[in-house]
Design a protein around this ligand. Structure first.
Ligand code: ADP
Ligand code: ADP
Length: 228
């Protein structure tokens, strides 16, 4: 499903953010990407979203080398990879419904399809009642649920969550984890970059630990870190 093959990223200023990364993620996996600040987690997610290009190596998404796809704004990446950010990034002048519908409009979905699909996804994240609210009327957890709805509305095979619980209190964070687990349970591959030690340790899923741009650990049912 996802393969990083000998991927390195050196930024223009000479910073080596990733060095020779090799990771294979199968369809339906739930993978935590952990590591200290600066370890390379965001660089990995940006590469998958084609926000940046690797200096060398290949990134395969469903048998296709995405480094060869021309432009990240073309619908291809939007259909394949949904993304959830720590800071939500909702459009403030659009309602909950419109924020989610926008992700479908961008890839050219038919208005009839949008009208049918958006309420479905809002139900899935239990926000059916808030469809006509604006982001500034929502709690942090609700913001994140809208952003999850937006990320999955096009049924992407992959969902990337970059510190999705970073701005939330522990109870709300677990609500979000329950939703992500449910999405994964329906077959979506989930990659979550996080510092949330308790969540990683409770979930007992695969953990890829980055250190200085290299894979330091890759374990099934891993932990956030080992304490000695
Ligand atoms: P993490 O998400 O694990 O905190 P990042 O992928 O953001 O790590 O960063 C990895 C390394 O690359 C860090 O040393 C960071 O300072 C550097 N870096 C990130 N983005 C840029 C950039 N646009 N230009 C130069 N260096 C960058
Ligand atoms: P930017 O102008 O910041 O690069 P974009 O135009 O790429 O933002 O995206 C518009 C909105 O859609 C942003 O709020 C962004 O967070 C969100 N977004 C970007 N890529 C995806 C994706 N693959 N799935 C869901 N939402 C996305």
């Amino acid at each position: 499903m996802i393969k990083f093959i000998n991927v390195s990223k050196v930024y223009k200023n000479g910073t080596k953010a990733l060095e020779n990364i090799n990771i294979t993620i199968d369809k339906g996996e739930f993978v935590f990407i952990v590591g200290h600040s600066g370890a390379g987690k965001s660089t990995m997610t940006k590469l998958l979203l084609k926000e940046i290009e690797p200096t060398s190596g290949k990134i395969i998404l469903e048998d296709k080398d995405i480094t060869k796809v021309k432009n990240r704004r073309i619908p291809y990446i939007r259909r394949k990879v949904g993304v959830v950010f720590q800071d939500f990034r909702l459009l403030p002048n659009k309602t909950v419904y419109e924020n989610v519908a926008f992700a479908m409009e961008i890839i050219g979905s038919h208005p009839m399809e949008i009208k049918k699909r958006v309420p479905e996804v809002l139900e899935m994240v239990e926000l059916g009642e808030k469809a006509n609210d604006y982001p500034d009327q929502l709690s942090g957890g609700e913001h994140q649920r809208v952003s999850i709805a937006r990320a999955i509305v096009n049924n992407p095979p992959v969902l990337i969550a970059d510190e999705p619980t970073g701005n939330l209190d522990p109870d709300t964070a677990w609500e979000i984890m329950k939703i992500l687990k449910g999405i994964n349970g329906r077959g979506t591959t989930v990659l979550m970059a996080t510092h949330a030690k308790d969540i990683v340790n409770c979930m007992k899923r695969r953990v890829v630990a980055l250190e200085d741009g290299k894979v330091a650990r890759d374990e099934e049912k891993g932990v956030y870190e080992y304490e000695f």
